[in-house]
Write a protein that binds this ligand. Structure first.
Ligand code: COA
Length: 348
């Protein structure tokens, strides 16, 4: 028995933060950001929106567009690095907001690899035979932990969420073998130093802005390229596939130069590599499901997809999947966007 994706939903906030706007607040330029990262703009949630709102909007988009009974969903896995609260779980809030009355839910934090980790856990739950319908969400409100005075990080991140429904199939479509990796020695290179049990929020942390994301960009960049390239090759080998048999690559969207370097190392044509970083930036747990959502019409029955991620921890991984039969679609696809406000200002 295999686990297969049968429905997809996504959500990004309507407010756009452009490179131009960022260049008015920190010492950078529109050209530098686009050339060094591939990002043109990113979406930013308003101060009344939390990660659970992004996640439940993505789930609502899924239910609006596919014929699925929400009461049949048995479990909800929420991958996020920006939970609504340290305690209670974001998944509990999402279960309630999304009317998943018969599902249990829990959060998973593996930073930018969170969705891939959760997908693997969800697939294993389905393949065990104990569960038939699971929703896996990747959702992050990165604007809640980004320092908009730090040009090393504020150019990179955005907010968003994507959701997939996993179901069982007797066919050979669906998730194949996955490789997940973790190396805690990378912790200090990419982290939010304060606000957890190591350094609880204090006057000092607020003064030194250590409650915001910090990263050693160039070091993380090199690690991401090497790790995603190697783990992708390993996942291909584990699934007895050659790069030439891959129809689409869905890479974590952290930097277009990372994506290009990984696809070059795999010798996969850039036309097969899905990219939406130009519009959304790095949405952490949401990049992969947002890519699946954005480009779902391109994926045809039986095509092979390669997903690969890298994130804080370090955490990384890759999987292959054979695209299966999607659930019946409802008449009109709804894309949730309110009025677009290009002049969003992020204030903390
Ligand atoms: N605007 C203008 N100049 C900037 C800048 C910005 N926003 N950010 C850094 N610079 C400067 C640096 O100060 C440095 O100047 P110097 O040469 O005078 O010292 C120069 O640009 C090069 O810095 P470097 O950090 O080597 O740049 P880079 O090419 O590596 O790009 C990142 C920086 C952050 C875009 C890039 O390292 C990156 O994407 N890293 C990985 C990010 C990532 O994947 N994070 C999440 C993992 S999930």
């Amino acid at each position: 028995m295999n686990a297969v994706i049968t429905a997809i939903g996504g959500f990004v906030p309507s407010s756009i933060l452009t490179n131009k706007k960022i260049s008015e607040t920190v010492d950078t330029s529109e050209e530098w950001i686009e050339k060094r990262t591939g990002i043109k703009e990113r979406r930013i949630a308003d101060c009344n929106t939390a990660t659970s709102d992004l996640a439940s909007a993505a789930i609502e988009n899924l239910f609006e567009n596919y014929n699925v009974d929400r009461l049949e969903v048995e479990a909800l896995l929420v991958a996020t690095a920006t939970p609504d609260h340290i305690l209670a779980p974001t998944a509990s809030i999402v279960c309630e907001k999304s009317g998943l009355a018969n599902a249990f839910g829990f959060d998973m934090n593996a930073a930018c690899s969170g969705f891939l980790y959760a997908l693997e856990m969800g697939a294993n739950m389905i393949e065990s035979g104990r569960y038939s319908k699971i929703i896996v969400v990747g959702a992050d409100k990165m604007s809640s932990i980004v320092d908009y005075e730090d040009r090393n990080t504020c150019i990179l991140f955005g907010d968003g969420a994507g959701a997939v429904l996993l179901e069982k199939t007797e066919s050979d479509n669906g998730l194949m073998k996955t490789i997940l990796k973790t190396d805690g020695s990378g912790t200090s290179s990419l982290l939010v130093p304060s606000g957890g049990s190591r350094n609880p929020t204090s006057m000092q942390s607020l003064l030194h802005r250590t409650n915001y994301l910090k990263q050693e960009g160039a070091f993380v960049f090199k690690k991401a390229v090497a790790s995603m390239s190697q783990v992708s090759q390993d996942a291909l080998a584990k699934n007895e596939l050659h790069a030439a048999q891959i129809d689409w690559v869905i890479p974590h969207q952290a930097n277009l130069r990372i994506i290009n370097a990984v696809s070059e190392s795999l010798n996969i044509d850039s036309e097969k590599v899905k990219v939406n970083i130009d519009r959304y930036g790095n949405t952490t747990s949401a990049t992969v499901p947002l890519c699946l959502w954005d480009f779902k019409e391109d994926f045809k029955l039986g095509q092979n997809l390669l997903i690969t991620t890298f994130g804080a921890g370090f955490s990384w991984g890759a999987t292959c999947l054979k695209w299966g039969v999607m659930r019946e679609k409802k008449a009109v696809e709804t894309i949730k966007t309110d009025t677009v406000n290009e002049n969003v200002l992020v204030a903390h």
